[in-house]
Design a protein around this ligand. Sequence first.
Ligand code: PHE
Ligand code: CO
Length: 295
Amino acid sequence: MNTPNRIEHQMTDKGYVPVYTTAVVDQPWDSYTKTDHEVWATLFKRQRELLPGRASKEFLQTQDEMGMGEKGIPKFSDLNAQLKAKTGWEIIAVEGLLPELAFFDHLANRRFPVTWWIRKPEQLDYLAEPDLFHDLFGHVPLLMDPVFADYMEAYGKGGVKAHSLGPEALSQLTRLYWYTVEFGLINTSEGLRIYGAGILSSKGESIHCLESAAPNRIGFDLLRVMNTRYRIDTYQKTYFVIDSYQQLFDATLPDFIPYYEQMAGRESTPAGQVLDSDRVFNRGTGEGWLHDGDV
Ligand code: PHE
Ligand code: CO
């Protein structure tokens, strides 16, 4: 039965979303239907036609190396053999979004939770929660990059710590994940490229984030990012641009406790605001922005 084991809907920092059991399951590969494999193939093909010249090269290269393709839904065991050998990461199958602490604990131990089920054919363009296509296609290839792999583990450890500090620290750290791992851009000698999984798994946003005049594109600055609200229901108003994965790793290496103290009680920055101190690649026109609803 291809029905995820859902417990209840809960208000989280990502909105009112389903929360699933924290169980780690076996990927039920044999029970994927022909339609499931076709959904994977359709989305895979569509994104891979779009992404050369838009996605980070490391992403595209490692995705090929790992053998993800149009054949059908990959087996986690095949991907794990490679991940284990290259960076020591592994993917584990889960029912869906996990509670924060369970999620951080997996990352801190180099386990990346991947939703085992895939969206339905009528949901190709949009889904409010992560599914197998988003998690596997979008997140897993960069776990093969040694520096990015280290960043993800460090983030998990930082998450465990932020969780114990309280909701303000947690939401600041969550913004960092959102603006890097999910919606990050990277500056290369050939131009801006996508490395955030939330963009890589979305047809519309893959084009919008680079080619639209509407959003801001701003140089990455740790505290600026951690203080900036975001959108969960529309394209981002602002994308932050890193120079390299090493820059991201180095910037996040220090103990964040002094940063959290510095930011405590400070008013957060609206998602679309440009500050005087920003390194601006593009000042967004703001076209199509909704005025409320920043998270
Ligand atoms: N260095 C951070 C801390 O002490 C942990 C962290 C690393 C957070 C990487 C995010 C990304 O909290
Ligand atoms: Co994601």
